[in-house]
Structures are given as structure tokens and as C-alpha cells.
Write a protein that binds this ligand. Structure first.
Ligand code: GDP
Length: 244
């Protein structure tokens, strides 16, 4: 028997334009205050996380090319929720974005901080459909202790390659070239600890103001989603046998 793949679908030639057309389809799906209230899904889910004020809502709106989309997440009563967005054709969504509560806001009481930790840890450790994390970090601050704590929650799944990680160094327009290079280097160095042969970890400068990095990020997320669907396509295939 030969190993021909029947009915092979030609690979979609992804360009930034196609990826941005895809992120433009982002629409609000639902909001939940607890993990158990999130709908179970087989769609690949990409979580957006970051400190309050890191530029998360602006980044989501910029990627979606919609002015107020992620600000739905800032409406009273929803700021501590997980807000889900759907992407792809209206009748055939192919991915979800999850906007997770911003953290690190100094005025939040200890009880609320504990609750945040639990929501985040639960979500990042057990959400089965989670296939990627986009961490927004203010490029002038770099990774803070809370960002590192969040990465700890998900480190094992990143190292194994189950979950991909993209760190956006936001508001890059506020840095000069030297400053940008320095933060890019120190963040890359820190993340090297999470990287293994199987992992997919990247860092990029991002500016919603200057629209820099936007196409690259859309492309990266589109590629994550297409890659995520591959295992289904070969689900019936025999696993490779060890040769010795
Ligand atoms: P969130 O709390 O993480 O959702 O942060 P926001 O998206 O609300 O952004 C926080 C602040 O940073 C707002 O005043 C934004 O206008 C500003 N901001 C966001 N992205 C950029 C950017 O690319 N460049 C600059 N200069 N400011 C930005």
C-alpha cells in the first residue's frame, strides 16, 4: 500500500491581506464569569492576556479593524469576565478569541486578586481548546512579576508545544530604536527558558498607533489556527512506528 493522501486540499496561500480579512470577521460571542460557564468548543481558541492598561483592548480592536469591539470587555460587570469572540465565516466559525481579565490594577482588593489568579490559572491550565496565548506587555515596562506568574500557569503546555505563545511589546511607538532593541532582546532572553524543540514562542514589537506589527500578528494567528486543524485532518492516519 502506498502512503498517498487522498483528496489532498491545496494549502491556502496566506498573505497578510487574507489574515487581516480573517481577523476583521471578529465578533462578540459571549461572556462568562467562570470557566464552567464557557461553551465547550472544538474550535482553536486564542487567549489575549495582559496587565490592565497594557494595550490589550486596543490591540484586539486594531487586529479586528473595529473601533469598539474589545471595549465591550470594559463595560461594567464584564471586566472580570472572560469575553469570547468568534472568527471566520458567519455560518462556519473557525476560531475563537478569548479576552481575559486585565490584571495588576493596583486598586483591586486582595480578594479580587485571588479570584483573578484562580480564573486565570484554571483557564490556562485546563481549557482544552486553548491553542495559543497572546500576551500584551507594555514595551516600556517589559515583563512584570504578574506576567511571569501568568506564564508559569501555562509554561508546561507551552514547553510541550500544545499551546503557542506570542508576546506583543505594545506601544512600541513610544520607544526609540535602541530602547526597542533592548526590550526585544531582554524579553526574548527570558522566554528562551520556556522554549523547547517542540514549542512555538515568539516576541514582536507592536504599535496600534503606528499600525506596526499588525499584519505580522494577524498572519501568525491565522497560521496557528490552520496548524491547529491539521491533527483532525490526519486523525485516521496510523501513528509513526518507531524504527528501533
Ligand atoms: P487594556 O487595559 O490593556 O485593554 O489597555 P487599552 O487598550 O485600554 O490601552 C491603554 C492605554 O494605552 C490607552 O490610553 C491607549 O490609548 C494606549 N495605547 C494602546 N495602544 C497604544 C499604542 O500602540 N501606542 C500608544 N502610544 N498608546 C497606546
Amino acid at each position: 500500500m502506498t502512503n498517498e493522501i487522498p483528496d489532498a486540499v491545496p494549502a491556502e496561500p496566506i498573505t497578510e491581506k487574507i489574515a487581516l480579512a480573517w481577523t476583521h470577521t471578529t465578533r462578540f460571542l459571549t461572556t462568562a464569569s467562570q470557566l464552567i460557564h464557557l461553551p465547550a468548543t472544538d474550535l482553536p481558541e486564542i487567549a489575549f492576556v495582559g496587565r490592565s492598561n497594557a494595550g490589550k483592548s486596543t490591540a484586539i480592536n486594531t487586529l479586528a479593524q473595529q473601533k469598539r469591539l474589545a471595549f465591550a470587555s470594559k463595560t461594567p460587570g464584564r471586566t472580570q469576565n472572560i469575553n469570547l469572540f468568534e472568527l471566520g465565516p458567519k455560518d462556519a466559525a473557525d476560531a475563537l478569541f478569548a479576552d481575559l481579565p486585565g490584571y495588576g490594577y493596583a486598586a483591586v482588593a486582595k480578594a479580587a486578586k485571588m479570584r483573578w489568579q484562580k480564573v486565570m490559572a484554571d483557564y490556562l491550565e485546563v481549557r482544552r481548546s486553548l491553542s495559543g496565548v497572546v500576551l500584551m506587555v507594555d514595551s516600556r515596562l517589559g515583563l512584570t512579576d504578574l506576567d511571569k506568574q501568568l506564564l508559569d500557569f501555562v509554561a508546561a503546555r507551552i514547553s510541550s508545544g500544545e499551546i503557542k505563545l506570542l508576546v506583543l511589546l505594545t506601544k512600541a511607538d513610544k520607544l526609540n530604536r535602541r530602547g526597542a532593541d533592548a526590550i526585544l532582546r531582554s524579553t526574548t532572553d527570558y522566554l528562551a527558558e520556556l522554549s523547547t524543540e517542540s514549542s512555538d514562542v515568539a516576541v514582536t514589537l507592536f504599535s496600534a498607533l503606528k499600525k506596526s506589527g499588525v499584519g505580522d500578528v494577524a498572519l501568525a494567528l491565522r497560521e496557528w489556527v490552520l496548524a491547529h486543524r491539521l491533527p483532525d485532518a490526519v486523525a485516521g492516519a496510523e501513528p509513526d512506528q518507531p524504527t528501533d
